[in-house]
Every structure is written in structure tokens, then in C-alpha cells.
Design a protein around this ligand. Structure first.
Ligand code: ANZ
Length: 830
């Protein structure tokens, strides 16, 4: 890269900070010079910094989105200055319902909507000074991209991980289409408020459940927010228990067993009824003629209830007797069989042994239907007082035959052993995780590359024939038959069988958008690759992603699906790593100044455009970084923004105007150097920890110090030059425009963004320290050495992070934290 002064005439007057005069000029120059192009440079360490794949919505970006994109940009610029080869790309998760719905309303083709929206996003991202390598831009709705999404479908299919099954889905009778679970709100269609129904349709699934244990185990090593890991653990929901058979009491010779899954085998002597999910396959067979009408009516009613409602603990329990009985092998007791919607068909075996004495749902059910409550676990010193609620704690086994008097933990083990020994059942593991439903009966998605042949059955489209192109259509409405609009295009549907060459039909469902986003992070390494989804060498250089940033709302779906595909790729020998995202961060939400979520309907959205127009992109960036710790929610404040703008207006003359030089005390020069080096150390540490807000405040403090020093009289010329030069370099990742302008105007070679990150000197950075005392509720709990200039936020963070302090604060409610400079932090908990 040439290191020359910018050729363009400088329009801004030297005495005034005027962002409008400098920002677009630099952005164009940097792009023209390809300053941020990524290279697979084997001589340098790499850093892959990625934002969640955005969906380009018609509303464009708000300042809330900038909370994601500014910090990743800062880190990318910082790592470049530190000598890393950085990959910081951007692309579009462009398939999906909004563009299709717009097409239904207006007739504008979805591809056109995507083009308009991505143009706007790209423009806005440039406006806020991001340093993406646009030569790697990708779009998941482009054939060159979805060809490979289809290729991955085939990979999953070959490995037995994609299968077709008839499953019941939500159906909106008005829109005549299938809805995703997320599109059903309180039993109504989100679009037209019609009550939805269940319909049985053949659908494609990915077998993510095969990977449940690995998805769970590998969470351990990830540098991810604990909250997200917990959500994934709960979503996978691994439960160890026992499957126990109960013999159906039926005509002689019928040896049907009803199997239940229980995590509490210790309670098996307390079973007084059995509950089957209304959809359980056995229901039809066991229902007696007398109970048939009631059972059918209940099954019908259940079809209209959502899983969330069914699981609600608030809801009154309902159910119907089937007329049938089964036998508890352990004690020979006869047990009536009910159906009830609190039993889910999709969990365990779809059957529950009812133990009202020790399970609250069962207790409520028994109370409602007058069923016996039989206590089999007793608290210490108690021998069976009538229960007013289920007793769910540990205790001693009673009324359990040979197992009496054991602790219930030992009892559980002993009963599980006995059940296995007698052949009545076995220990097993159940998961909440379901297979991933990938079929969508919609137009705007990647067609599923499958053909149905009357002779050969289900035939995958051969790889060489990919992509199966999404044809252009006239009408985007769902067909009403439960099939996608593609089903009404004979030129798409009618094809030849890849196996026998005879007439065959194409699958007309498309893949849900989460398929596209499950591998896009690999495509950025080699977006032009035609020999495969990505170039193996480029992949080995860049992956895994070093820092991945996006909203916490993707905790389970995208972040679990991408991990699953990565593991499949590992098994197929395509990648050498088992996890795609080494470090994950969730940015906090930016609320409107009124404290409410920004939304178009409330009219309280603040756009980057309006902020940049009035204050410039650097002020926007500075404020986004400064407003709060990165992962905390915060309300937008015009005052806060103005504060940053005022700071930049102070910085401008501070750097550009020569200070008076003359006779000075050596101690003053040393103090200035101390400020420079310790700020440098602090800024580096903060960037490494993504503590952007304290980094900005350290930079402000240095600015203030230098301002005061200059006002007080002459300064040491060398110390001053070092201070201002270092300051500008430290500003460069966060405030790229003003930094470039100040850098070049003070006679330094273009570009500041190609400079090395400066080093701090230990002896100069070293601070005077004091003993910081940490109290919890006024009692001394810890003490450590801290620099005298430590700020309030840092002192509090340090105190709260101490394990000795946490021993007294964990599980308590934090009331407030007080800081007395140069003395103590007092934490008040309740
Ligand atoms: C008897 C029992 C007694 C149970 C007791 C609990 C407490 P987790 O831990 O979430 O895995 N269960 C099993 N299959 C079910 C289904 N298809 N729909 C609804 N509930 C089902 O939950 C396991 C427990 O959930 C199982 O253990 C079973 O109730 C219930 F004192 O069996 B238990």
C-alpha cells in the first residue's frame, strides 16, 4: 500500500471539527485503496470477527443494530493494528417470509425487495464507518450460494440425517398454509387471527437428535455467555430415567405393554393411574366402546391446543378415562388408564405413570377425578399425614414392599435394578430436543433437492445437477393445498428421474432459512468457490470464528443448528474442528429514550442516518461504545450523544494546535508520559475484554489531562508529541474518521489504520497503588492492591469478581455498590 498524503483538497477549515467534511471522503479512499481486504497470509496470525448473519429488513438499520456492528468493527480494526490478518465480512440471510409476504401484497418479486434492502443496509453500514471486506459479500438467496445449501442437504441425506416423515403441523384455514410454531400466537394465526388446526403433512427433518449428547458435552469448552449455554442445555433437556412397562389388562394372549418414562422409579409403588398423550398410538386400540365418544371428543379438542398451553402449570388439568386398565408389575395393582393433554406425545414414550403423592401435576389430576393418592416417600419423622400438595422432596421409602426404609435415592437405584432384572424395563435417557423440521411450503427459500419417482421412490438430485433453481413465478400466494406455490408450476414439478430417466416429480417444499445460516460462516472464507462449498485451505486458515457477536434471541435455534452442521461436517471429514464459534458475545438492546423497545409502530426508532447527519459517524460510534457495558440493555440518550460530540470538539484543537513550549519541570514530563502509557495499557486491556465503555472513558480522561496540562503553561515537546500521537492511534479503532484526519494533518503518513498498535512501557505505566478494601454489608471480605487512579466502574467490577466476595454475594440480591475513591468498595446485598 502506498503511503502518501491524501490527494483530495481538505475541505474542512483547520480550526473546526466538521465530520461531514471528512467522513465520506475517507470511507471512499479506504475502499479505493482496499485497506480492509482480507488475505490468507501464512506469516501472520489470523482473527475472524463475525456478526450474526443479518436479515435485510425493509426498515433498514436502527442505532440498536449499530450496537452490534460498531464493537465488532472496533475489534477488527484493533486486531489489524496488532498485526493480525483479519476477516471481517458481511452478507445477507436473504430468504424468508417478509420478502415473500411483500411479494404477495405488492407483486414485487422477492429478489427485487432483497436487492433494495441490501443496498440500503450496505449504504448504512458504510455510513457508520465499518471496515468490512465487501469483496466477500454473500447473499443466501443467490443460486451460487444456495447451490451449496442444497449440497449440504444431500450430505445430510447421504449420512442418514435427513428423512421424510408425516407429522402434524399447524395449519391456518384462512391463509391455507402451514405455519411454523413461532407463527402461532395463543392458538391464532399471527397474520389473520384465525384459530389454527393441526394437519398431517409429509415433511423433511434433520436428525439433530443423533447429536444431542455431543451438542451438550461440547458446550463445556466454549467461551460463551453462561446464560446461552444454559438455554442450550435446557433446550436439549437430557434426562436420565427408567422406561418401565405396565401390562395391558386385555383379552387373553394380548401381551401389550404400555411403557412409561420416569425419572422417579422410587415412586413406582405410588402409581394410582396412567396417563397417555391423546395422540399416543395405543389410545385408539385400548379405548373401550363405552368411552369411545368421550375419548374422540377430547382428542379433537387437544388438536387445537398449543404445546405451551399444554405444559402450563397454571392450567386446570383435564382428561378422559379410556375404560382400560393396566397392571403395575411391581405390586400387581390394577391401574386405570386416562388420556390427558399434559402428557406430550413427543416426549419419552408419550405415557406417564401417575404418582399424585409426589408429582404436582398428577396430584391436581387425581384431585379433579377423585383418584387415590398413595404416599410412598415420607419426610424424616413423618408417617403419612394426608397431603395437601405433592411431596416432592427426598425422604424414606414407605408402602413400597421390599424397598421400605431405604432412602429414596437408594430406592430409585434398587427399583431400577429390579425392573431391569425382571425384564420389565430398562434405564434410558430422554431428550427434550426434537428433530429439526426443515420443510416450508413457501416460495422464497432454497428448493429441497429431491425427486419422487414412481419406480425408484425418493431420489436425491445428483450433485452435478445443482442448483435446483428457484423458478420465477407470477403469483406468490400459497396454493391452498398445503403445498408451496412451486407445486402449481408443471415446468418445475415435472422432471426426469435421475436414477431411471423416467418421468418423476420434484419436491416442491423449500428449506427454512436456518439451513442457509448454518454454514454461511464457512462461505466467507472463499465466497467464489465453485469446486465445493468452501475452499479447504482458506477454511483451515480462517476457522473457527474467533469472535461472534449478535443478539441473545438466537440462543437456541441458529446457534444450535450451526453447531450441529459443524459436527456433521467434522464427521464427514470436511472440517477439522468440532465447534464453529470459539467466543460468543451478545450485545445489549438499545431502547428508545422513553425506555421502550424501538419499533416502527411506536414511531420511536432512531436511525444511524439521522445521528450521522447531525453529529457524524464518529460521535455515533463513540456513544454506542460508551453508553453502557457492551452486553447491557440501555436507553438512548441524546445528552449522552452530545457529550461524545463535545469531547471530539475538544480533541480536535488539542491535537492540531501546537502547545506553548518553554521551561518546564522534569516531573511534569514524567507525569505526562505516565498518563500516556498507563492509558495505553488500560485501553488494550479493555479491548481484549470487550470493555468498550471504560476504554472510552480512559481516553476521555487522557484528553482532559492533556487539556489541563496545556492550560497550566508550557509542556515538554517530546512528551506532548508522544501523548497526542499515541492518543490518535488509540482512537483509530473506535473513531476511525477523526483519527485518520488528525493523523494525516499532523504530518504522519497515511493511513492511521495501517499503523501498528503502540506498546506501553512497564516502568512508565506503573502506578502508585493503594489497598482497596472490599466489604459486603459493611464486613471486610477481601482486599487487594489497585492503582490510585482506578475508576469507579473498574473498582466495582474487580470487587464483584473476587471469589472471596462472591462467597458472600452469590444467590443474593444486589441492592447497591458503593465506591469511595482510594479506599473501598462496599457491596450491599439482601
Ligand atoms: C413418575 C413421576 C413421579 C415423575 C414423580 C416425576 C415425579 P423430566 O425431568 O423433564 O425429564 N413425563 C414423562 N413423559 C412425559 C410426557 N410424555 N409428557 C409429560 N410428562 C412426562 O421429566 C420426567 C418426568 O415427566 C417423568 O417422571 C414423568 O413423570 C413425566 F414423583 O414419572 B415422572
Amino acid at each position: 500500500m502506498t503511503q502518501t498524503q491524501p490527494q483530495e483538497p481538505t475541505e474542512a477549515r483547520p480550526d473546526r471539527y466538521d465530520p461531514a467534511a471528512i467522513e465520506s471522503r475517507w470511507q471512499e479512499r479506504w475502499e479505493r485503496d482496499e485497506l480492509f481486504k482480507s488475505h490468507e497470509d501464512a506469516t501472520r496470525p489470523k482473527f475472524y470477527c463475525l456478526d450474526f448473519f443479518p436479515y435485510p429488513s425493509g426498515d433498514g438499520l436502527s442505532v440498536g443494530h449499530a450496537r452490534n456492528y460498531v464493537p465488532t468493527d472496533v475489534i477488527s480494526r484493533y486486531q489489524r493494528m496488532r498485526g493480525f490478518s483479519v476477516l471481517h465480512p458481511m452478507g445477507w440471510d436473504a430468504f424468508g417470509l417478509p420478502a415473500e409476504n411483500r411479494a404477495i401484497e405488492t407483486g414485487i418479486p422477492p429478489a427485487e425487495t432483497v436487492r433494495l434492502n441490501t443496498d440500503n443496509y450496505r449504504r448504512q453500514l458504510r455510513l457508520i464507518g465499518t471496515s468490512y471486506d465487501w469483496s466477500r459479500e454473500i447473499n443466501s438467496s443467490a443460486p451460487a450460494y444456495y447451490r451449496w445449501t442444497q449440497w449440504f442437504f444431500l450430505l445430510l441425506y447421504e449420512r442418514g440425517l435427513a428423512y421424510r416423515k408425516t407429522s402434524s403441523s399447524w395449519w391456518c384455514p384462512t391463509d391455507a398454509t402451514v405455519l411454523a410454531n413461532e407463527e402461532v400466537e395463543n392458538g391464532l394465526c399471527w397474520r389473520c387471527q384465525t384459530p389454527v388446526e393441526k394437519r398431517d403433512l409429509p415433511q423433511w427433518f434433520f436428525k439433530i437428535t443423533d447429536y444431542a449428547d455431543r451438542l451438550l458435552d461440547d458446550l463445556e469448552g466454549l467461551d460463551w455467555p453462561e446464560r446461552i449455554k444454559t438455554m442450550q442445555r435446557n433446550w436439549i433437556g437430557r434426562s436420565e430415567g427408567v422406561e418401565i412397562g405396565f401390562g395391558l389388562e386385555a383379552a387373553a394372549g394380548d401381551t401389550t405393554e404400555i411403557r412409561v418414562f420416569t425419572t422417579r422409579p422410587d415412586t413406582v409403588y405410588g402409581v394410582t393411574f396412567m396417563v397417555l398423550a391423546p395422540e399416543q398410538p395405543l389410545v385408539d386400540r385400548i379405548t373401550t366402546p363405552e368411552q369411545r365418544a368421550a375419548v374422540d371428543a377430547y382428542v379433537e379438542q387437544t388438536r387445537r391446543t398449543t404445546e405451551i398451553e399444554r405444559l402450563s402449570t397454571e392450567r386446570e388439568k383435564t382428561g378422559v378415562f379410556t375404560g382400560a386398565y393396566c397392571v403395575n408389575h411391581l405390586n400387581g395393582e390394577r391401574v386405570p388408564i386416562f388420556i390427558a393433554d399434559y402428557a406430550l406425545a413427543t416426549y419419552g414414550t408419550g405415557a406417564v405413570m401417575g404418582v399424585p403423592a409426589h408429582d404436582q401435576r398428577d396430584f391436581e389430576f387425581a384431585a379433579k377425578y377423585g383418584l387415590a393418592v398413595k404416599a410412598v416417600i415420607a419426610p424424616a419423622g413423618d408417617d403419612g399425614v394426608p397431603l395437601t400438595a405433592a411431596y416432592v422432596e427426598a425422604g424414606r421409602m414407605v408402602a413400597s414392599g421390599p424397598f421400605d426404609n431405604l432412602t429414596n435415592e437408594d430406592g430409585a437405584r434398587a427399583i431400577a435394578d429390579a425392573v431391569e432384572k425382571q425384564g420389565w424395563g430398562k434405564r434410558t435417557v430422554s431428550y427434550r430436543l426434537r428433530d429439526w423440521l426443515i420443510s416450508r411450503q413457501r416460495y422464497w427459500g432454497a428448493p429441497i433437492p429431491i425427486v419422487y419417482c414412481p419406480k425408484d421412490g425418493v431420489v436425491p438430485v445428483p450433485q452435478e445437477q445443482l442448483p435446483v433453481l428457484l423458478p420465477e413465478v407470477e403469483r406468490y400466494e400459497p396454493s391452498g393445498t398445503g403445498k408451496s406455490p412451486l407445486a402449481s408450476l408443471p415446468e418445475f414439478v415435472d422432471t426426469t428421474c435421475p436414477a431411471c430417466g423416467g418421468p418423476a416429480e420434484r419436491e416442491t417444499d423449500t428449506m427454512g432459512g436456518f439451513a442457509c445460516s448454518s454454514w454461511y460462516f464457512l462461505r466467507f472464507t472463499s465466497p467464489e468457490s465453485e469446486a465445493g462449498p468452501f475452499d479447504p485451505e482458506a477454511m483451515r486458515y480462517w476457522l473457527p470464528v474467533d469472535l461472534y457477536v449478535g443478539g441473545a434471541e438466537h440462543a437456541v435455534m441458529h446457534l444450535l443448528y450451526a453447531r450441529f452442521w459443524t459436527k456433521v461436517m467434522l464427521d464427514a471429514g470436511l472440517v477439522p474442528f468440532k465447534e464453529p464459534f470459539a467466543k460468543l458475545m451478545n450485545q445489549g438492546v438499545v431502547h428508545a429514550p422513553d425506555g421502550l423497545r424501538m419499533s416502527k409502530s411506536r414511531g420511536n426508532v432512531i436511525t444511524p442516518d439521522s445521528v450521522v447527519e447531525r453529529f457524524g459517524a464518529d460521535s455515533l460510534r463513540g456513544y454506542e461504545l460508551f453508553m453502557a457495558p457492551f452486553d447491557q440493555n440501555v436507553s438512548w440518550s441524546e445528552e449522552g450523544l452530545r457529550g461524545i460530540y463535545r469531547w471530539l470538539n475538544r480533541l480536535w484543537p488539542l491535537v492540531l494546535e501546537e502547545p506553548a513550549s518553554g521551561e518546564i519541570a522534569p516531573a511534569a514530563a514524567k507525569e505526562m508520559r505516565h498518563w500516556t502509557h498507563r492509558t495505553l495499557r488500560k485501553v488494550g486491556e479493555d479491548l481484549d475484554r470487550l470493555h468498550f465503555n471504560t476504554m472510552i472513558s480512559a481516553l476521555m480522561e487522557l484528553t482532559n489531562f492533556l487539556g489541563r496540562a496545556r492550560e497550566a503553561g508550557p509542556v515538554d515537546a517530546d512528551a506532548w508529541r508522544e501523548a497526542t500521537e499515541t492518543l490518535v492511534l488509540m482512537l483509530a479503532p473506535s473513531l476511525p474518521y477523526i483519527a485518520e484526519e488528525l493523523w494525516t494533518r499532523t504530518g504522519h503518513p497515511y493511513s492511521v489504520h495501517q499503523q501498528s498498535w503502540p506498546h506501553w512501557q512497564e516502568d512508565l505505566a506503573a502506578s502508585e497503588t493503594f489497598t482497596l478494601v472490599v466489604q459486603v454489608n459493611g464486613k471486610l471480605r477481601d482486599r487487594f492492591e489497585a492503582p490510585v487512579e482506578i475508576g469507579e466502574e473498574d473498582a466495582k467490577a474487580l470487587a464483584l469478581a473476587s471469589p472471596r466476595v462472591q462467597a458472600f454475594t452469590d444467590g443474593q440480591e444486589l441492592v447497591r455498590v458503593l465506591f469511595v475513591p482510594r479506599r473501598l468498595v462496599n457491596i450491599v446485598v439482601r
